[in-house]
Ligand binder design. Structure first.
Ligand code: SAM
Length: 454
């Protein structure tokens, strides 16, 4: 089996694999890299990623080390680029035709104007569950990283764990849990058993997720089942997943809990009719840890009651209040020391102006400079290290202010601010444990292992 790029760190990007494209700090895009078809009928390039930060033929993103920064193509190969002929005379211009939407006439389209292609850059990142969570196509509310990292820790998900998850939704939790339980390739080895058993009753979500799981190379580790778990429980083809960890992100988790028992029970804990074919979906030899994820306290109350009724213990509830804190140097109006004492002129303004000038010179794309001036989000505003003027070449003011600002602590006060955007779906997490049943056989086995046993 080909190992998933989500799980096994390869060196370089390759065709047919998923990459996460970082457009700016909080702007990620999933992209399946395609092999370049080369020039076809006089046109350059095959698949191209077009962004407001420039165009990136996939050929420029292939066979590069994960994490590479890739500059935009000199020529915009975007919608207008479809019409660019291979014999274009000026590689730094793109030729826009009169009729942008008509491909059939593209090759012969009269040249209307030449536009300089924007020169941005992107990073090509290896997919991880965290990056997938921030870039995946949302079909439902999803569980975010601050929640799932805590949940996976509390339900003891570790390499080799068999975990039950419902509903699968958009697969955010699925990807995080599969990495937690993954314990190596090849998957047919006897000692390899970590697996996620995921259930989803919405047909279209189930189908989309099945495609994604296959595409991400995770079919061996995720068994996705189209199922209403309230009615039909958690066994797969009549067989037990033998789970020791359970995560329920369902509107009514209490409707499904009676299926997660060691004996056949009805909702509310009453014994169900004898059924010799019935098997528990839980590992009979180990305690089981569960987490349910519910936005309302009423859901929590009903879940807790059902958990207690069914014999779960150590029931508790947690709410994750995640807050991102942004730390930066505050330069505006800062006093910084110079040889002649403290300088109160706003050196940050000088620096900002110099930066803008150098940007404008290097990149004639005035729109992007305006975006920078207005603080609009974009690679240049946050990450373009190359566009930062070289301090050594920078003019210093009469007090030698720029030289003094070489030292980080002179570049302003260190300030921290909580970021307003909270990327978590606020929910209450209910945790509980179902101990394994203890009988004479279990006692004998335990005593046999016990150093002081008979
Ligand atoms: N945890 C998911 C994630 O991180 O992407 C999101 C789950 S979403 C909030 C809840 C999902 O539960 C929905 O996709 C819904 O279709 C599914 N669902 C609701 N009732 C269900 C049931 N009885 N059986 C199986 N799935 C169910």
């Amino acid at each position: 089996t080909k190992p998933s790029t989500f799980l096994v760190l390869g060196d370089k990007t390759s065709a047919g694999t998923l990459a996460i494209i970082s457009l700016s700090r909080d702007n990620f895009l999933p992209l399946t890299l395609e092999k370049s078809t080369g020039a076809v009928d006089g046109y350059l390039e095959g698949a191209t990623l077009n962004t407001r930060f420039g165009s990136y033929p996939h050929s420029t993103l292939l066979d590069v080390p994960w994490g590479s920064q890739v500059r935009a193509s000199n020529v915009d190969t975007g919608s207008r680029g479809k019409k660019r002929r291979r014999d274009a005379t000026d590689e730094d211009t793109l030729i826009a035709s009169q009729d942008d939407d008509d491909d059939s006439t593209a090759a012969n389209a009269p040249v209307k104007k030449a536009v300089t292609a924007p020169s941005g850059f992107i990073y090509v990142l290896r997919p991880t569950p965290e990056l997938w969570t921030t870039s995946l196509p949302h079909r439902t509310q999803v569980v975010y990283t601050p929640d799932y990292s805590y949940i996976l820790h509390r339900i003891r998900a570790r390499p080799g764990t068999r975990i039950i998850e419902a509903g699968a939704g958009s697969g955010s939790f699925t990807h995080a849990s599969v990495r937690a339980v993954y314990n190596g390739y090849p998957r047919d080895a006897d000692d390899v058993k970590g697996k996620v058993f995921s259930f989803e009753f919405n047909e279209s979500r189930y189908e989309k997720m099945q495609v994604e799981i296959g595409h991400h190379g995770l079919d061996d580790l995720v068994k996705l089942t189209h199922r209403d778990v309230y009615n039909d429980g958690f066994n797969v083809n009549g067989e037990s997943p033998n789970a020791t960890a359970v995560f329920l992100d369902l509107p009514a988790p209490w409707e499904a809990l009676h299926h997660l028992s060691r004996r056949k029970l009805q909702k509310g804990g009453e014994e169900a009719e004898e059924d010799s074919n019935w098997v528990s979906p839980l590992d009979p030899k180990q305690s089981v840890h569960i987490c349910t994820f519910s936005p309302c306290i009423e859901q929590v109350t009903r879940t807790v009651t059902e958990l207690r009724t069914l014999g779960w213990v150590d029931v508790d509830m947690v709410e994750i209040s995640n807050q991102k804190i942004n730390i930066s140097r505050e330069k505006v109006g800062v006093n910084y020391p110079t040889e002649k004492g403290y300088n109160s002129s706003p050196a940050d303004v000088l620096e900002a102006v110099t930066k803008l000038k150098s940007l404008a010179e290097r990149n004639k794309d005035t729109q992007r400079v305006q975006a920078l001036q207005t603080g609009a989000e974009g690679p240049d505003s946050e990450m373009d290290l190359d566009s930062t003027p070289n301090r050594e070449n920078q003019p210093s003011n009469s007090n030698g202010a720029v030289d003094d600002m070489e030292k980080p602590w002179m570049q302003g006060r260190l300030v921290h601010r909580p970021e307003s955007e909270l990327k978590t779906h606020t929910s209450y997490l209910v945790f509980a444990i179902l101990p394994c049943e203890w009988d004479e056989e279990a006692e004998a086995a335990a005593m046999a292992k016990w150093p002081c046993g008979n």
